[in-house]
Design a protein around this ligand. Structure first.
Ligand SMILES: [Zn+2]
Length: 58
């Protein structure tokens, strides 16, 4: 199954975990909960920061 980035719609998406994906275009990680994408930003220390989708980000 091919995943598209929920942000840019691109196909430069790599799988980084069992249910975790990374967009090389946006530099964002994302996964899906019941088909709804959750977006994460990588912090400098390597941790993931959830991105709220109610911003102008969509
Ligand atoms: Zn993207």
């Amino acid at each position: 199954m091919t995943y598209r980035c929920p942000v840019c719609g691109g196909l430069q998406v790599g799988k980084v975990g069992s249910d975790q994906y990374y967009c090389w275009n946006c530099f964002l990680e994302f996964n899906y909960t019941h088909g709804v994408p959750n977006l994460y930003e990588l912090a400098e220390d390597g941790s993931l920061i959830a991105i709220e989708r109610n911003s102008d980000f969509v």
